[in-house]
Design a protein around this ligand. Structure first.
Ligand SMILES: Nc1ncnc2c1ncn2[C@@H]1O[C@H](COP(=O)(O)OP(=O)(O)OP(=O)(O)O)[C@@H](O)[C@H]1O
Length: 556
């Protein structure tokens, strides 16, 4: 938990104020039983005995109550602010780290499960810090204060009330120990549920086309029932905690009444003091009962805390570490590069490739040969297990990731667009770009004609992942947004796969000018695109060989 607290930054001023207000509230609360004792003494006083006047006590009691109300009000506000700011800060950190984590980390997980770190886990932890951890301070102070005040009135009676405490802590420990694994299981199950729903929504057209609605509903219900079963087991244990403590508290108060009344009968205790003692015992018992709740919550939140700690321990990408590349000409070299995905056979085995600046090279090869993998290495999405990749002679492993990605543009095979306007999507990599630049990029990608035919032109909303566009239109948008970034090296991974033949021919013909100034890597099987290349290479068994029937491995 301490490790996690490093990622939680409460606002110092609001925190200090909340603590002060909580302390003030506790002191005011501890005054009330004193007044009650004095009041009783004043009511029962024999004529001639010196006591405080009744009216004074009532007025002082009233004043303390009003003051405490004001303190509580301010405390609720400031503590609430601390809570909101802690939650906001933690969410920011989780999100920043989530983005920093490399692609392979994300690819090994379900998106919904990653998302629940940001939603349920972060909320659970920040709710615990402000809803449980901070209020613990006044709780403990009230407990201690009530005990001290009781001991001042009668030490033996004070000790009698807390005699059951060891049993109480033992009960808490035994029951709490079982809650923790259940809490973790609940969180895991919950994130699985969210992940399933999220995935199904993402593939909704396929789900409907393959008639999976009923089956997926059954799967969801199954997961949901398991969640309910875990919650039930957790509830059973948690429900035990408070009543067990209340029983102990009740027994303590009974003991106090019995011993107290005997002392009054013996003349060694005033009835007024017993009133104060009883009220203090009440004050002592209510923190005990809330401590039981705290203990249960600590066990619950540990599940979320463990998940977040594990997440923060993962190494994220530092975009700016290393030397910034600056402007490059676009010379690319792969030198004996090998790579294997985790738990898979090596996919690249000592691959060599040299592309001169300004050259256009096409790479072909069967599905799964490793073409996109090579592109991902050039973008530093992944790192070679052996060998190195150079850009203008600089090993990109030592260059800053941000500068590498600035110089290498990828039009990926699987187009990823946002639910926004056409303009926002083209400007994705250069949000500050002018409308003219955006339109120029759209023209270069041959996207301008269809964009202008859309109902609101560049302001048309394109739906989730561009669902309101055709496949070819999405590819053109994707190309436009990469061209707008004007990278020195452009990788087109099957970027014309969805083009109609006439559109592709026109694109290829006119692209010559746009692509002229760049190093272009075309990953393609399409003859029209191959015609655009200065050289054709084929990826085969983890290396590149000269294409068009030649079988000579490429030398770096
Ligand atoms: N994230 C990943 N984790 C594990 N294996 C992967 C991952 N991505 C790709 N692979 C595997 O690596 C191999 C190479 O994939 P890659 O996408 O580079 O092939 P490709 O040549 O681009 O294929 P295609 O022509 O079908 O696009 C494939 O066998 C694929 O199953």
């Amino acid at each position: 938990m301490r490790e996690l607290l490093r990622h939680i930054t409460p606002p110092p001023r609001a925190l200090a104020l909340s603590v002060l207000l909580m302390l003030a509230g506790t002191v005011l609360t501890l005054l009330i039983p004193l007044f009650a004792g004095q009041l009783t003494r004043s009511i029962l006083a024999e004529p001639g005995v010196e006591v405080y006047p009744l009216l004074w006590i009532v007025v002082a009691w009233g004043a303390v109550m009003v003051l405490r109300t004001g303190v509580n009000l301010a405390e609720t506000y400031y503590l609430g602010m601390v809570g909101e700011k802690v939650a906001t800060g933690l969410r920011d950190r989780v999100y920043a780290h989530m983005q920093a984590l490399p692609l392979p980390w994300h690819q090994a997980r379900k998106r919904g499960q990653v998302l629940s770190l940001l939603t349920s886990d972060a909320d659970e932890v920040s709710g615990f810090v402000t809803g449980t951890l901070l209020p613990l301070l006044p709780t403990l102070l009230t407990l201690l204060g009530a005990f001290v005040m009781m001991a001042r009135l009668d030490t033996t009676l004070a000790l009698a009330v807390i005699i059951g405490l060891p049993a109480y802590f033992l009960a808490m420990k035994i029951i709490g120990r079982e809650i923790r694994p259940l809490a973790r299981a609940w969180m895991d199950q919950y994130s699985q549920l969210v992940a399933r729903a999220e995935e199904n929504l993402a593939v909704l057209p396929a789900l409907k086309a393959f008639g999976r609605e009923r089956l997926e509903q059954q799967h969801f219900q199954g997961d949901n029932q398991q969640l309910l079963a875990i919650a039930q087991r957790q509830l059973r244990r948690q429900a035990l905690l408070s009543p067990a403590v209340n029983l102990l508290a009740g027994l303590g108060i009974l003991l106090l009444l019995w011993l107290g009344s005997q002392r009054i009968a013996a003349g060694s205790l005033e009835p007024a003091d017993l009133v104060s003692l009883l009220l203090y015992a009440g004050l002592l018992m209510s923190p005990l009962s809330s401590l039981a709740g705290v203990y249960g919550q600590v066990q619950r939140v540990r599940g979320s805390a463990e998940r977040l700690i594990g997440f923060f321990r993962e190494q994220g990408e530092d975009l700016d570490a290393g030397e910034a590349l600056g402007e490059v000409r676009g010379e690319v070299r792969f030198d004996k590069v090998s790579f294997a995905y985790p738990e898979r056979e090596p996919i690249l085995r000592g691959l060599n490739l040299h592309i001169a600046a300004g050259e256009t090279v096409a790479i072909t090869g069967v599905n799964g040969a490793g073409k996109s993998t090579a592109a991902h290495l050039l973008l530093r999405f992944i790192a070679p297990s052996a060998g190195a990749v150079y850009l203008d002679g600089i090993d990109i492993a030592g260059a800053s990731i941000a500068s590498v990605r600035q110089q290498v543009g990828l039009v990926a095979q699987h187009v990823q667009l946002l639910n926004g306007t056409v303009m926002e999507n083209i400007a994705y990599g250069r949000p500050e770009a002018s409308a003219e630049d955006i339109e120029r990029a759209a023209r270069a990608a041959h996207a301008d004609e269809f964009i202008e035919a859309l109902p609101q032109g560049y302001q048309t909303l394109i739906g989730d992942e561009g669902i309101k566009l055709s496949g070819g239109q999405r590819q053109r948008l994707s190309l436009a947004r990469t061209l707008l970034r004007d990278p020195a090296v452009l990788i087109l991974d099957e970027a014309t796969a969805m083009f109609d033949p006439a559109g592709e021919a026109r694109f290829i013909e006119e692209c010559h000018q746009v692509l002229h100034s760049k190093t272009v890597i075309l990953i393609t099987h399409r003859p029209a695109s191959l015609a655009l290349a200065d050289r054709v290479l084929e990826m085969r068994e983890g290396v590149l060989v000269e294409g068009s029937g030649q079988e000579k491995p490429v030398q770096a």
